[in-house]
Structure formats: C-alpha cells, structure tokens
Design a binder for this molecule. Structure first.
Ligand SMILES: Cc1cc2nc3c(=O)[nH]c(=O)nc-3n(C[C@H](O)[C@H](O)[C@H](O)COP(=O)(O)OP(=O)(O)OC[C@H]3O[C@@H](n4cnc5c(N)ncnc54)[C@H](O)[C@@H]3O)c2cc1C
Length: 556
C-alpha cells in the first residue's frame, strides 16, 4: 500500500533539504516525504497525487516564497486535499501574518525557523497533527478507477469488458457523484482531460482517455499476441466448450492456444446463476465458472489470447492457419472451433440508437446493481431471460418479462418458472412484443404491442435486456467449413450424405464425431449443428473432441 505523503515547499533549497531530512528521519517509515522548491510545482504534484489516488497527510509551506506565498499555496492546496494537515514555516518577523493566517486559511500550525532541536520544536506538534489526521484516515482504493457515466455506451462497453475479464476496478459515475467532494477534487485535478470519458486511472499514475477495451487490456497485461507461431492445438472461442478443450488438450500434453474475442466464459460468463451444472448444488455464477476454468487452463500451460479475434482460416498441407484481427497469423495442426452463438438483434425503432444506454443484449451483469429501485424489462422467455429476471429482481423495483406466447412453460425450465412465480416483484407480460423504444440520451419508455388486444401500450422503463435467441457467427470460415442453412457447423455423421463422405475429403476414414469436412478441424458447443445448448454439453464436447484430436495428430 502506498504510504501517505508529507509534502514540504520552500524556495530556499537549503531549508527544503533540512526539513525533508528531519521529516524523513522521524516519519520516513510510515510516510513518503516529498519536497518542492516552488508553490506552482507543488500544486502540480498534488494534482498528480490526486489522480493516482494517493493520500496526503501534511502540507508544510514556507510563508515567504516568490509568486505565491505559503498561505496562498495552502489555500489552493486545500481545494485538492481538504483533509491534509496544513502548517506554515515562518521567520520571526512574519509571526503576526502567520497568526492571522491560522484563521483566514484554516492553517493548523506555524513553525518558526530555525526549528532546532526538532525533537522539541517540530516533532511534538507534527505528531499531534498526524495523530489527528490518522484518526479519520481511510486508506484509498489502490486499483484501477474508471470514470464515466452510466448512459454512455462506450463506458458500458468498457465496464462490461473489465468485469467479464475479471479485472477489478472502482467505478466512479461522474454525473451521479457530481456533488461528491472527492469526485469533484479528482475532476478538478484532471482538468480538461476529465471530459474525455471513459477515463481510466491506473495505480502507477498513468491514465487512458476515451479508453477502449483493447488499450486497457494491453495496459493490464491481458495477452493478445501469441508467443510462438505454431501450436499443436488452436482453439477459437473461449466459452465453456473451448475452455474444456483447452484444459483437456493441455493437460494431455498438447501445446495449446485459445483465442477469445471478448472474455473467456462466453455466454456462460454472462449468466448470473447456473443451477444445473454438475457438482455445484447451490449453483454458481457464470463469471465464477469462467474464472475457475481460466485458472485451470493456465495451470496446464494453455496460452490464452484475449481479447483477440480470429478473422479467417486457410489450410496448407497439414497446417491450419488462422488470421487474427491484428493481422498476425498462427498455425496449428488441429483446430477447434467453439465460437458459440451471439444474440439475435431485436428489430424495433430506437433500439440501435439506445444500445448500451438502457438497451442491452444479454445478461448485463454489470448493470444489475445500477438498476436499484428501477423498472426493468427482460425480453424473451428462455432460461437465460429467466435467470436475468431473477438477478435483476434483487435490485430493481419491478421486473417485467415480455414474451410473445401465452406462457413460459414451453421455453423455460420448471425450476426457473417456479422461482419467478415466487418472486413478488417479477411480472410476466404475455402476448407482448417490443414495438419501439424511446428516450433522448437513454432509455425512458418502451412501446409494447399486445397481440391479444392488438393495442400498443407505452410504459416507463429504465433498462431493457434482450434475450431472444441466438445465431452462430461463422462467416469468418469462408467456404472452407460446411454449415447448415443457419450457419451452424456440420460435423461427423451430419456430413455423410447417401453414404458418401464430404466433397474433397481425402482420408480413408469417415470424419470423426466432432470433426468438420476438413480433416483436423473440429467444432464443439453451441456453434455445432444439432448441439444441445447447455454448459455441460459444451464442456462434454470440448473434452471428448480432444480424444479425436489425439487420433488425428497421430497420423499427421
Ligand atoms: C444468460 C445466459 C444464461 C445461461 N444459463 C445457462 C444455464 O443455467 N445452464 C446451462 O446449461 N446453459 C446456460 N446457458 C447456455 C450456455 O451458456 C451455452 O450453451 C454455452 O455457453 C455454450 O458454450 P460454447 O463454448 O459453445 O459457446 P459460447 O459460450 O457462446 O462461447 C463462444 C465464445 O467464442 C467467442 N468468439 C466468437 N467468435 C470468435 C472469433 N471469431 N474469434 C475469437 N473468439 C470468438 C465469443 O466471444 C464467445 O466468448 C446460458 C446462456 C446465457 C446467455
């Protein structure tokens, strides 16, 4: 933890050195002693310390300085660090000025120069002031701080990225905390830079303005570039299926890289509570599952590149080559595709404009806390929507689930329907679909089309979370890998038509169970045609596929 600062200011370098020496010898173990030979420079130092979230316990300034005297300096400094103890160093001739400054500038004490011996004329008074300061001192948060506003899509994207990648951070909503003195002082210290939201402040004192997830990723050490150019196994997509393949592949000795576009965990990482995964009788959050799986994979030596996107694939003899979004290429012998699915877009006026500003696709775990006391809409009737509704109900005043049908029974598991029925602030709105969303800078109302009455109702809404089915994103595979009419990848027996192997297949065996029409390219999890869309089945497929990969590699 960074030590609180004692800052002394004196334009006379000999006096400055002497006071720093005396402070350091008595307080150096507990405090960081800093000095400056000009008031202007000292104010800059204080601003930098403020941005770094460092604490300042004491400001000690010489009264007679050019440009700005000690009293003026302490008054300015008080705006940045109002809780710091303030003391003046004065010559005997300035005693009267110093006494009047005690009232005028709320100065705690003045010391006469010279202060020898310090054990009598400096330390007892400073001890008293510092004890007083310590009594109300709360150590500051030392990690990453993100400044932004709730309704900014860019801020939402960044917060979501940090949360899903398990990067701890402290969120400061500059609008919501506009009257909070600490926030005001921080914004003052940042000056005009504070307008470039989201601003990310790192504990080392550096900052990123209008920060993008990829910039923050690089800064916090998330790896986006491969260490070598060749791997025995490359996995595209870090959801449950990809993570399972990574753990099994690496634990069985394959050099393995896993490339993930957003954050390991995939869709499961957005789930507030997975209750049907074997071995966790009271359920666990998707984030927790993802975090554990990542640690496990890393323990076995899996190289995880995230955030990094695969944009293309080609083959060259026994090599499968992946093109990455940064233009680099990785080659492998066995390729596993576990890119899952993405939310279908909801087509209604206003949706695109307000996305990230009250309208969200998926779980929005980041947003749940912000929905305290508000009215929230969840669109969709599957388990993912049910889980989200249960999660939001903990914070929101009221949660409405909008479904087109007349009940949840055909789309949602019974355990969730039961939980929803027992939750007083969740209401099911059947025969309902979103016709339009309204709001200037953020969502304020939605228009709901009621198919039973054929009427449109306009209702207030603070946030709307959309869970309306999902589609695979497999265009990056070009013509190489066969898919069904919806883009899901065909594997194993699905590729055998009228007893014939797929076109271009050159081996004297059929494709393995989870193998595509290209030998050595496998597909698992939600992206696979006919897969069961569940965490456990994705994990099962990812693990099983590694057996086929071993068989394939033994012949390469
Ligand atoms: C909110 C929610 C709650 C759910 N709750 C449950 C539950 O309780 N129980 C249950 O069994 N199932 C649940 N599911 C379903 C379950 O999460 C999915 O079936 C499972 O996550 C599928 O795993 P997957 O690895 O196949 O794909 P995904 O989880 O979809 O992961 C695919 C990953 O691939 C990445 N990716 C995509 N394209 C690229 C690319 N080109 N380059 C790099 N990376 C790429 C994506 O970013 C994503 O992280 C839930 C789903 C959701 C959304």
């Amino acid at each position: 933890m960074a030590k609180p600062v004692l800052l002394s200011v004196d334009d006379d370098s000999d006096v400055l050195r002497a006071i720093e020496r005396d402070l350091r010898s008595e307080y150096g173990a507990e405090y960081r002693v800093m000095g400056s030979d000009s008031a202007e420079q000292a104010l800059d130092i204080l601003k930098q310390l403020k941005v770094r979230n460092d604490s300042v316990a004491l400001l000690l300034a010489d009264q007679r300085m050019p440009q700005m005297d000690g009293v003026q300096f302490l008054q300015e400094a008080m705006r940045i660090y109002p809780d710091a103890k303030r003391a003046l160093l004065t010559a005997y001739a300035d005693t009267t000025a110093a006494i009047s400054a005690i009232n005028q500038a709320s100065i705690n004490y003045f010391f006469l120069k010279p202060w020898d011996p310090p054990s009598e004329r400096l330390y007892p008074q400073l001890d008293d002031m510092l004890d007083d300061w310590q009594a109300s001192y709360r150590p500051k948060f030392e990690g990453i701080r993100v400044l932004g506003t709730r309704w900014s899509p860019r801020c939402y994207e960044l917060r979501d990225f940090l949360s899903r990648n398990h990067v701890p951070y402290h969120w400061i909503d500059v609008e919501l905390n506009a009257n909070d003195p600490d926030t005001k002082q921080l914004l003052d210290a940042l000056g005009p830079e504070a307008a470039n939201l989201p601003v990310v402040l790192f504990p080392d004192g550096t900052k990123l303005l209008e920060s993008l997830p990829a910039q923050v990723a690089e800064k916090v050490g998330l790896r986006t570039r491969a260490q070598t150019s060749f791997y025995q196994l490359a996995i595209v997509g870090g959801g449950p299926a990809g993570l399972a393949a990574a753990v099994y592949g690496a634990s069985e000795g394959l050099s393995t890289v896993m490339i993930e576009r957003e954050a390991p965990g995939g869709q499961a990482g957005m789930s507030s509570r997975i209750e049907n995964y074997l071995g966790f009788p009271s359920g666990l959050s998707g984030g927790d599952l993802a975090r554990r799986a990542v640690v496990q994979a890393q323990r076995f030596g899996v190289e995880i590149l995230a955030p990094q996107e695969v944009t293309g694939v080609r083959t060259e003899t026994s090599y499968r080559l992946l093109k990455l979004a940064d233009g680099s290429e990785i080659s492998c012998h066995a390729l596993m595709i576990s890119t899952g699915v993405q939310w279908r877009r909801l087509e209604a006026p206003g949706i695109d404009r307000l996305q990230g500003a009250g309208v969200y696709y998926g779980g929005g775990a980041t947003e749940a806390l912000s929905c305290k006391g508000e009215i929230v809409y969840v669109v969709g009737g599957a388990n993912s929507a049910g889980q989200a509704a249960m999660n939001f109900a903990k914070y929101a005043d009221r949660v409405y689930i909008l479904v087109r049908g007349d009940s949840l029974s055909s789309t949602m598991s019974k355990y969730l329907i039961d939980q929803i029925q027992q939750t007083g602030n969740i209401e099911l709105w059947t025969h309902a679909s979103v016709a339009e969303v309204h709001g200037e800078s953020h969502l304020e109302e939605i228009s709901v089309h009621c198919s039973d009455t054929n009427k449109i109702e306009r209702v207030p809404a603070s946030a709307m979370f959309i869970f309306i089915g999902a589609l695979p994103q497999t265009n990056w595979l070009g013509e190489l890998v066969e898919r069904d009419e919806h883009g899901f990848i065909l594997t194993g027996p699905d590729l055998i038509r009228n007893g014939a192997r797929p076109k271009g297949w050159s081996l004297d065996r059929d494709p393995f169970l989870l193998e595509t029409n290209v030998p050595g390219i496998f597909a698992v999890g939600d992206v696979r045609h006919g897969s069961v869309k569940r965490v456990a089945s994705g994990v099962g497929e990812g693990s099983v596929a590694v057996q086929f990969i071993h068989q394939y590699l033994s012949k390469v």
